[in-house]
Structure formats: C-alpha cells, structure tokens
Design a protein around this ligand. Structure first.
Ligand code: ZN
Length: 165
C-alpha cells in the first residue's frame, strides 16, 4: 500500500490527501524559488506522489504561482510550467504540479502532517543558486549537485529500498 500523505496549510483553509510510493524527504532544493516561496532555512523538500489520488478540501482558497525564471539555465526569461499551489489565506506553500508530468504531484514535506520515513541519505540540488549564508549540512552518503541530479525521485527510492509498494 502506498503511504497516504495528509497535508494542510497552517490555517487549515486547505487540506489534502494524496498517495505516495516515494514519501522519503531526501531531496533538498536550494533554488531561489524554493527558498523564497517555502524554504526559510535555505531549501525546500519536495516529495513525489500520485496526482490522480490527490484529494483537496478548500480548493477555493488555493493560489497558484508560476515563477518567471531567468538564469544561467534559462538565459531568456521563461514562465515555469510548474504550478506552485499555496494557501491564499495564510501563505503556506503546499505542492508543486507540473503538467509536463501529469501523473505526478510534488507536495512540500513541510505541508505534511503525518510522519514520513527517515531517508538514509539526502540529495542536495541547485547548490549553484543557494544563498551565500546557507551552509548545507552534507551527511555521509549524501550527494550534491550544482543543478539537477540525473536520478529521479522514484529511482532514488527504488535504489535505496525506500520505495513503498
Ligand atoms: Zn491557510
């Protein structure tokens, strides 16, 4: 059975549930969008879940932010296809949905209320874009990337034995 993630914003105007085979909070993204929208410690943690199982209460309170990106990887300013969903009442960032990969949704670990499996190691990505004051805590077995890792969230879970059947 996949793990049922139960999430909410801080003010409870939005609550959601979604099933996940890949619930380990191992992927720390230091990009400026994650940091500014959600990651006050310098990064946000994205989980993977099955979009078709996403059940939302309080949908009318959702806002969607699509970031404009202009950096070394995107020399021309582009509007991200990623839809960052947040609560319009309290500002909590909730999940990212990208229609490019419609079967997936990426809840932020910070929005989840139930316990999550502890990852055996972590992946630090987009370090090229981290704030200068952020000193990543890189543990034994952790991997670090300037931009994106090649391994997907699903492949990481399968390799490390963390996949929830
Ligand atoms: Zn709220």
């Amino acid at each position: 059975m996949p793990l049922l993630l139960k999430g909410s914003c801080r003010c409870n105007a939005v609550r959601f549930e979604v099933e996940s085979h890949t619930p380990a909070p191992f992927m720390l993204c230091y990009c400026s969008i994650c940091r500014k929208q959600q990651g006050g410690g310098g990064f946000a943690i994205n989980l993977g879940a099955d979009n078709e199982t996403l059940n939302i209460r309080g949908k009318r309170n959702l806002g969607v932010y699509r970031a404009e990106i202009e950096d070394d990887e995107h020399p021309q300013c582009e509007v991200s296809s990623g839809e960052r969903n947040f609560c319009r009442k309290c500002g909590s960032a909730l999940w990212l949905y990208d229609p490019t990969w419609p079967e997936l949704v990426h809840p932020f670990a910070s929005a989840i209320d139930n316990d999550l499996p502890i990852p055996p190691s972590r992946v630090h990505l987009m370090l090229k874009y981290k704030a200068n004051w952020v000193e990543p805590v890189v543990g034994k077995g952790d991997k670090t990337f300037d931009v994106y890792p090649e391994e997907s969230i699903a492949d990481w879970h399968k390799r490390t034995g963390m996949w929830v059947e």
